[in-house]
Design a binder for this molecule. Structure first.
Ligand code: SAM
Length: 196
């Protein structure tokens, strides 16, 4: 594997999302809280069948527009709340800078649901603000759920960890802040039955 992620460039797909495309090759991936679609568009360009979900109609319109301009096939962008149950099984999930919009209970339910719907061998990539050495400051989101990296690990007990790293990144205004914060990447794969 290449160098681990050490910061986040919001205009480019995160390394772990590129690795997800390498690992899966093909399959159905959902990008939850897709924003402007840096991950969803990249994965569709890599040949995966991608659903980009975001509660923001503006974000979804932007993804559709970029997909049209770049002639990207294999992507469906939809206005939807990531907390809603999934209507089908998937091979991959990307959840980048979304968990802090949820309460802890919602985050737990969300992860349970996407795990339940993931086929064996499927991969999840989480990139999230996490509690680190310094307090996380998201001034516009005082109630943001910012888990300890161990919380994410525990949520994926029984899955194989492909990559885990913690780093610091700038918190841009649309992420709810102005300073920088600790963040973590976790990339995990669902085991096949009988492989524990
Ligand atoms: C900080 S942006 C991250 C965008 C993208 N994942 C990235 O890493 O570039 C968070 C996105 O999550 C969306 N969002 C917030 N709450 C959501 C929810 N309950 N369901 C789906 N999307 C949500 C916001 O509209 C926003 O586009």
């Amino acid at each position: 594997m290449q160098q681990p992620q050490t910061t986040d460039d919001e205009t480019r797909p995160a390394l772990a999302v590129r690795w997800l495309a390498d690992h899966l090759g093909t399959g159905d991936v959902v990008d939850f809280g897709a924003g402007l679609g840096r991950h969803a568009l990249y994965l569709a360009e890599r040949g995966l069948s991608v659903t980009a979900l975001d509660v923001s109609p503006t974000a979804v319109a932007a993804i559709r527009d970029t997909a049209r301009r770049r002639s990207v096939d294999g992507i469906e962008a939809r206005v939807a709340d990531a907390r809603a149950p999934l209507d089908r099984d998937i091979d991959g999930a990307v959840c980048a800078f979304l968990l802090h919009y949820f309460t802890e209970v919602e985050a737990r339910r969300f992860i349970d649901e996407i795990q339940r719907r993931t086929r064996p061998g499927g991969i999840h990539v989480h990139i999230a603000f996490t509690r680190g050495s310094r307090p996380v400051s998201l001034p516009e989101m005082p109630d943001a759920f910012v888990p300890d990296p161990a919380w994410l690990d525990a949520a994926y007990a029984g899955w194989d960890t492909l990559h885990r790293s913690s780093w610091r990144t700038a918190v841009s205004p649309h992420r709810g802040g102005g300073a920088d914060a600790d963040a973590s990447t976790l990339m995990v794969r669902r085991r096949h039955a009988g492989s524990d």
